[in-house]
Design a protein around this ligand. Sequence first.
Ligand code: ATP
Length: 502
Amino acid sequence: MLDVNIPIIYIQDYDFVRTDELIKDILGENTKIFEWNPANKYIDFRTKEPYGMGEGKTMADLLTQLTTPSTNYTTPRFLVLRDIQDYLDETKSTYDPAVKTALQLIALRKLYDRDFELTIIMISSVLKIPPEIEKYVSFLGIDFPNEEEIKKIIDEHIEVNGYKNFQEKDRDGLLPNLRGLTLFEIDRMLDIAMSRNGSLTAEDTSRILEHKKQMVKKSGVLELVDTEESIDNIGGLDALKEYLQRKEKIIKNLEKAKKKNVTVPKGVFIVGMPGCGKSLCAKATATLFQVPLLKMDMGSLMGKYVGQSEENIRKAIRIAEAAAPCVLWIDEIEKMFSGIGGHNDILTRMFGYFLSWLQEKKTSVYVVATANSADNLPPELKRKGRFDEIFCVNLPNNKEREEIFKTHLERRNQKHIQISKKLIDATVGFNGADIESVVNEALEQCFIEPKPALDTDTLVKVAENTISITDSCKAQIVNMNKIFTQCKFKDASDPKGHKQKN
Ligand code: ATP
């Protein structure tokens, strides 16, 4: 960017320590760098001390002064404007149109006047640029530290703390948990881990994982889900389970597979009835692939402010990419595509960004997107090259209900209970969540009555008194079935065909 005479460089990052280090590194010791920020006003970028001629000046005054024709900079200088987005935002009380105009003038002089070697570097944790100056701006995204850089930070901590017994395997245990965090966050976590006993062992890994969970949560766009759900906990959905087990073989041998020209798996889209195991499948996928599960909740991604939702999705994707290999679970993805094609520009742009990321994705972020509704599924989503496959999950058939009962009874140490035909007949139209609640309710009854042990008859009685999803959402189910038949998605239950069996 410096070589091609870009007038304004925009760095979006919330780790100010890291961006400052980066700027100092790139520009070297002798380049003049000033800074203006709302708290300190005009200061020297390196020392953070007030700076001579502009001390206490408002930004508009400072920038206007820089645009006077008599101001010349024949040697390169840099002005860092930190967190100034509110001065450019017409909806904010701090908005000052002079700032926008001055930035335009500075950018133009930088482009056309050889004696004006002033580059603006804007740093902010949010991405907000008015259209008038957008054409002069180049964006610089800072990647999270890669494996080599993380190794270097770990080694620095080992050395500084004089820790002698550190082993290679300890580092291998720590490394995956430090991916997807900023340099500053990694530094802090290692400090905390080492301050306890001066060592850095495998024991610290779980503590670090706990901190990481909090930090990912603080990002406000993703959540690190701790899960032990395994594929064996899913009753039925054989086609989907078989499919995921095939992908497991590739994900676990990715480098080998790539050498054989196998494409990196992108992800799977699971759409279907509520309470039928979609979330369970997302969790079990992460356990199966032995990678962390990052959950992106579309509801919390939708920001209050203009541009915030798009920024959130970029941020979420950046964190997931840095944390790869991982499973990125996008819950309620229908919220993103429900506004496509209408007047909701933000949703349309978010969706476009997401689709092109999915299409071009080279990293091992495996996406599991789940949706309750298949209404208005945009055709872009179904095009090849996006998700590898779309599965629909319907209400469980007889055999599946039996399997779901089995998994839930087994998990509650009730493996011995026979699942009678009467029980299967009594639960037609139940989803997995209904079945789980029948098992829980029956166990609760046995405890309260009290009854010596759970039996099939109690399960049948409870089932007969349960209001199932089919009782409560009839119209929704009929509608969903219609959509599934029209769309011809793969049936998650049937490994051989497309048609629903129920
Ligand atoms: P929603 O769309 O409402 O989020 P969902 O399809 O994601 O629902 P889950 O959250 O996966 O449903 O399931 C709800 C509960 O029902 C879980 O606790 C899970 O244990 C149980 N359940 C659902 N389907 C199955 C299944 N196929 N096998 C075993 N348990 C199931």
